[in-house]
Design a protein around this ligand. Structure first.
Ligand SMILES: Cc1ncc(COP(=O)(O)O)c(C=O)c1O
Length: 391
């Protein structure tokens, strides 16, 4: 097999689309005004930002004033959860938060911090073996003092989608603010906040061919937040700091492209993903798909392999030119299994054998063929090595 470079880590980040870059460029150099300034330079930047806000509002089916620009998905999650919880408690509405074990750390650790340092109480809902929560379990967790539920739209490790429009029937019935982390879903799934029934929604541009370091939080009119970063009264007092004009313009362009090209992108992603899933499950023995078979992101395939160390597999694949990722963090040589996979009921060893492959707009059939063959070879080689060491 001739070596080729294949990037299958689009859930980690995507390259910035050249059309996005082109739209951003003038705001670095010619139109560099601070959008808060009263003079013409400032007004030019402000106009670009407000046009971008309108473009995004059209896609989310919301008012432009309901969009807060942030530095990315993590900040949006922090702002939504901490900002909303603090205000709701101060208003005497309660201090109980609901979330799930399949959230990104930007949600999990924010909730945990509120519990550890600010006297909030949390309920972590159970998930089934593919990582979904049910409306019934959400309803049974609701208490008189529940103020907020935060449930991921699409999980980053296993790609499973949450049934948001069913879950939001419960949050509406009990008048609980409903936040969703839509960072992985952005650019692929509907972001129509009325259809979804959510009150807050986090997005990050670098996941849909926009630039890094820019994101947004949709905040339904009527939901009060304290800013997670205080200072000037930018973004209607909800996020202090000079606005990132090129980033905001780039994010709007990227989102516009993602939804104007939606049908062809999704058809391409799901064709590539299905070729990957079928190829790996049929060519690699003792391999299993993790997450939901059909309720999953069109770009996302994830697996566990019996008797294989996921981090070693990643290194093998890297040597073959394939960029992938695994759910476990291995920065110290002592890998910790992914909490998401443990929550699905996998044992520690299986959770350490995970591999995530996420396709993108430039992924080809040849890339997938190469990846399938390389993965199958690497998995068998690692198993052989294991049995040699054992005997
Ligand atoms: C589900 C989810 N939420 C939040 C984030 C954080 O986004 P950002 O990198 O923009 O801070 C990520 C990034 O991987 C993610 O996958």
């Amino acid at each position: 097999m001739i070596k080729r470079n294949v990037y299958l880590d689009h859930s980690a980040t995507t390259p910035t689309d050249p059309r996005v870059l082109e739209a951003m460029m003038p705001y670095f150099s010619e139109q560099y005004g601070n959008a808060s300034s009263v003079h013409s330079y400032g007004r030019q930047a402000e106009r670009a930002i407000e046009d971008a806000r309108q473009t995004i509002a059209n896609i989310l089916n919301c008012q432009p004033t309901e969009i807060v620009f942030t530095s990315g998905g993590s900040e949006s999650d922090n702002l939504a959860i901490r900002g909303c919880a603090m205000v709701a408690r101060a208003a005497g509405k309660g201090n109980h938060l609901i979330t799930t074990p399949v959230e990104h750390p930007a949600v999990t650790r924010t909730v945990q911090q509120l519990v550890d340092y600010s006297g909030f109480i949390s309920t972590i809902l159970p998930v089934d073996e593919v990582g979904q929560v049910t409306p019934e379990s959400l309803e049974s967790a609701v208490r008189d003092d529940t103020i907020l539920a935060s449930i991921v739209y699409a999980n980053n490790e296993i790609g499973t989608l949450s049934p948001l429009s069913q879950l939001s029937l419960i949050t509406r019935q009990y008048r609980i603010a409903f936040h969703t982390d839509a960072v992985q879903a952005g650019g692929q799934m509907t972001l129509n906040v009325e259809e979804l029934g959510v009150d807050m929604l986090s997005l990050s541009a670098h996941k849909f061919y926009g630039p890094k370091g820019i994101g947004l939080l949709y905040v339904r009119d009527g939901i009060d937040l304290i800013p997670s970063q205080s200072g000037g009264s930018h973004e209607r007092g909800r996020r202090a700091g000079t606005q990132n004009t090129p980033g905001i313009v780039g994010m709007a362009k990227a989102l516009e492209l993602a939804y104007s090209e939606h049908a062809s992108r999704i058809a391409h992603f799901s064709t590539m993903r299905d070729q990957l899933i079928d190829g790996i499950l049929s060519s690699t023995s003792h391999s299993h798909l993790s997450g939901h078979l059909t309720d999953r992101l069109p770009s996302h395939a994830s697996f566990v392999f019996d008797g294989v160390d996921g981090n070693k597999l990643l290194m093998h694949l890297d040597m073959k030119g394939i960029a992938a990722s695994s759910g476990s963090a291995c920065k110290t040589g002592n890998p910790e299994p992914s909490g998401v996979l443990l929550a699905l009921g996998y044992d520690r060893e299986t959770a350490l054998s995970s591999l995530r492959l996420t396709v993108g707009t430039h992924t080809t059939h040849e890339d997938i063929d190469y990846a399938v063959k390389s993965i199958s070879e690497s998995v068998e080689a690692l198993r052989k090595l294991n049995s040699t060491v054992l005997h």
